[in-house]
Design a protein around this ligand. Structure first.
Ligand code: DAH
Length: 344
């Protein structure tokens, strides 16, 4: 029995020497030391030994078990350590590598200017309205005191879809739509940003699509001085606290009287420079007191109510503000152009 035990030890240690991994190691543990393993199998024969032999063989059995266990334990530790090292190696992070940047978009310069103008008027209690870009002749012209064959219709060469439907040539129709919706209620105090369309040949200062912001205020006792004060406040927030305005008499069929509004040039403070073509002034919007006919057609009694309105071109304001010399830059979407506005 002693020989069988010694032979088992030799065999087990030999086999353990060539073991390649934890699963195999476990198999060998079961094979040699398990309940039905080779060692148990041999020791089962102890019953047939004499009382003197039994402890001696028992001792040898324990030694063999201990020897095998010792090797298994050592191997197990080795394998576990190797596994941990491999895992660490695999999961190593090089913290000095530059991070992956995600390409964040930015607002288009026109959107920025629209938002800025909206914020200023919202601060003065206005709400923001929208209207359709495909508009009825009635709202675009008729209800704004431009009856059929009115010569001023030629001022705004239009894209017609049918005889009665066209791409709106200005945002002024939203004035009429808002008044109709309000059904004679006051105050009306809105601005409306949006795209407008005209049959223009595109060049550095003209585009057949461009953006306007319309304003309309209706209440009792609204006067020209309210218009002037409102616009002065607006331009000072938009272009700086020292900005001045100048109102020049003008004509629009939907306002009476009408005025073209200039701001003192923010490039030179009014002394004359390249931006203002040496005049000291920059034209930025049209305005006036809402024509009584327009009020009446929209359901407001002109003997009780009055109002002012204004309309400005957003591209022109953006071009002045950012020194852009060609309106087409806003539409061609050259990223080199657009990226310059990402942080302003
Ligand atoms: N609708 C005019 C245009 O397209 C701009 C304008 C002028 C709007 C005077 C107004 C206004 O509301 O009162 O050129």
């Amino acid at each position: 029995m002693r020989e069988r035990l010694e032979a088992l030890r030799t065999e087990a240690l030999q086999e353990l020497a060539g073991v390649s991994g934890l699963p195999e190691l476990n198999e060998l543990r079961v094979k040699y030391l398990g309940k039905k393993g080779a060692l148990t199998e041999i020791l089962r024969g102890m019953g047939g030994l004499s009382a003197e032999e039994r402890p001696v063989i028992g001792q040898v059995g324990n030694e063999v078990r201990a020897a095998i266990e010792e090797v298994i334990g050592r191997k197990q530790e080795e394998f576990q350590q190797a596994e941990t090292e491999a895992r660490l190696r695999e999961e190593t992070i090089d913290v000095t590598l530059p991070g992956r940047t995600s390409a964040a978009g930015a607002l288009h310069p026109l959107s920025k200017v629209i938002q800025e103008i909206e914020d200023i008027f919202i601060g003065m209690g206005y709400t923001v309205e929208e209207g359709p870009e495909v508009e009825q002749d009635y709202y675009n012209f008729e209800a704004l005191n431009l009856p059929k064959n009115h010569p001023a219709r030629d001022m705004q060469d239009s894209f017609y879809i049918t005889e009665d439907i066209l791409m709106r040539t200005h945002t002024s129709p939203v004035q009429v739509r808002t008044m109709e919706r309000k059904k004679g209620e006051v105050p009306v105090k809105i601005i409306c940003p949006g795209k407008v369309y005209r049959r223009d040949d595109d060049d550095a200062t003209h585009s057949h699509v461009f953006t306007q912001i319309e304003g309309l205020v209706i209440d009792r006792n609204i006067r020209m001085s309210d218009l002037k004060g409102t616009l002065l406040q607006f331009v000072r927030e938009m272009f700086g606290p020292n900005t001045q305005i100048r109102m020049r008499p003008s004509f629009f069929p939907f306002t009476e009287p009408s005025a073209e509004v200039d701001v003192s040039c923010f490039g030179c403070g009014g002394h004359g420079c390249r931006i203002c073509k040496q005049t000291g002034w920059l034209e930025i919007l049209g305005s006036g007191m809402v024509h009584p006919r327009v009020l009446e057609m929209a359901g407001y009694d002109p003997s009780e109510y009055s109002g002012f309105a204004f309309g400005m071109g957003v591209e022109r304001i953006a071009m002045l503000k950012y020194g852009v010399d060609d309106i087409r830059h806003f539409y061609t979407n050259d990223l080199r152009f657009l990226r310059q506005f990402a942080r302003v």
